[in-house]
Design a protein around this ligand. Structure first.
Ligand code: SAH
Ligand code: SF4
Length: 427
């Protein structure tokens, strides 16, 4: 853990004894009905069970008060537990951001990984949003300018206790809206050259999370902060570790759980992809009431530069990417976000801004550009852009009539900012 990192708190020792239990969390009402039918129970029990798991955030079968004791025992005796992924460690930033290591024991982990890293994944809570949603129809605040210095000397702001601490009523909450950044894989195989996740030592492979592990990150964090569905403004960004479109089925199953069972709106969800064209094509077929918004990691002004910083571009170059994106039937007021990481001297020159403006115009889509000043990481051979180059890049796009926003780095002192998610084993 870096010397200036935020507070680390271990909440639970890793669990091994529960390995053989089966998780209810991750099953939708229909699947719960099937398993309860096998126990001879009527359909309304599945609705009670889904309500307990996904709405009341109950984590122990024994606490399901709508179930008779005998049914609770039969479920447990049949090898079931709720099995929601648990927050194992918390880092808290001076800016209020929290980064969690969430235990994922069902992940389709590669045997080799088990010896290298514990089975945890990273999730981030950002009170007042991450800036990625700025410019969306749901969040209209004007965006930020370049914030704090890149290496802020961090003093730890707060000691975290085991007590349930965030407020339980929206009247006393310290935040008015929040964003949860969710991971879809352990590691990432896409290998973008500027991204710390790619440097996990797993460049050739990534472990897919299950739908329950993806949705479970969200529900565990909602539970911790007592988020009230329908009252609190909560955005989800699938922009944590991993490439969601390389774990497509589980990612979309998680979205369905979050929409249908947890009650969140897909219009407040954004998924970011590095540009996996078959995934985007599949995404275009999803029903609008279950489809998050889409962000594309463009990150470069042309194919030559993009192939250097994102090797995936050799497989799916910019034109094929744009063709796929254009096939998505957008909802009214919906825009595609193009994320653009500014790497000093590599992607942040004035001529690059002109090229990006041309690309976006030619895409002929309702679109906006989210600029992200590169967040540094150990061993990554790029340089952070100067505040001046960031501002002129932004101004150049704006002058070309492109809606452009600058994403505020959050939780840099705890390695929670974009592209910095990497398991902290050196605690
Ligand atoms: N794998 C997906 C989503 C996770 S990455 C994707 O690549 O789109 C989320 C965003 O963070 C992407 O736009 C990515 O380009 C950006 N990013 C990665 N590393 C970064 C870094 N070191 N600094 C700033 N942004 C970074
Ligand atoms: Fe994977 Fe996204 Fe990082 Fe690229 S930027 S390595 S796709 S997590």
């Amino acid at each position: 853990m870096p010397a200036d990192s935020g507070q680390l708190v271990r909440l639970d020792a890793p669990t091994t004894a529960r390995e053989s239990r089966k998780s209810l969390f991750g099953l939708d009402t229909e699947s719960l009905a099937t398993l309860l039918a096998e126990l001879g129970e009527p359909a309304f029990r599945s609705r009670q069970l889904a309500e307990a798991i996904y709405r009341q955030h109950i984590t122990e079968i024994d606490a399901i008060s709508t179930f008779p004791a005998i049914l609770r025992r039969r479920l447990a005796d049949s090898g079931w537990e709720i099995g929601r992924p648990r927050i194992a460690q918390i880092f808290r930033s001076i800016d209020g951001t929290e980064r969690y290591l969430v235990e994922c024991r069902n992940g389709n982990n590669l045997p080799a990984m088990k010896t290298v890293v514990p089975e945890t994944v990273e999730t981030v809570w950002m009170p007042e949003g991450d800036g990625g949603e700025t410019g969306d129809e749901s969040d209209t605040e004007e965006t930020q300018t370049l914030g704090a210095p890149f290496f802020r000397r961090s003093s730890l702001d707060e000691r975290i206790s085991r007590e349930p601490q965030p407020a339980s009523s929206s009247r006393t909450k310290s935040w008015s809206r929040a964003t949860i950044c969710v991971s879809s894989q352990i590691g990432c195989a896409v290998n973008c050259q500027f991204c710390l996740t790619a440097k996990l030592g797993l460049a050739a492979a990534a472990a897919n999370l299950t739908a329950g592990e993806i949705a479970g990150q969200v529900v565990s964090v909602m539970d911790r902060h007592k988020v009230e569905v329908g009252r609190d403004r909560l955005n989800l960004v699938f922009m944590g570790m991993g490439e969601p479109f390389l774990n497509y089925a589980s990612f979309m199953a998680a979205v369905r759980l979050l929409v249908r069972e947890v009650g969140l709106s897909p219009r407040r969800m954004t998924v970011s992809t590095s540009g996996i064209v078959p995934g985007i094509e599949q995404f275009a077929q999803e029903p609008p009431d279950l489809r998050p918004k889409l962000a594309i990691s463009l990150n470069a002004p042309n194919d030559a530069v993009r192939s250097t910083v994102m090797p995936i571009n050799r497989k799916w170059p910019i034109a094929s990417l744009m063709d796929a994106v254009r096939r998505i039937p957008l909802r009214p007021h919906e825009r595609i976000t193009f994320e653009y990481v500014l790497l000093s001297g590599v992607t942040d020159r004035p001529e690059h801004a002109q090229e990006v403006a041309r690309l976006v115009r030619r895409a002929n889509l309702p679109a906006k550009v989210n600029l992200i000043a590169w967040n540094p990481g150990p061993g990554i051979p790029y340089a952070i852009p100067t505040p001046e180059s960031v501002e002129s890049f932004k101004a150049a796009l704006a002058a070309e009539g492109i809606p452009v926003y600058l994403r505020q780095p959050r939780g840099r002192d705890i390695y929670a900012a974009c592209g910095q998610l990497k398991r902290t084993v050196e605690a």
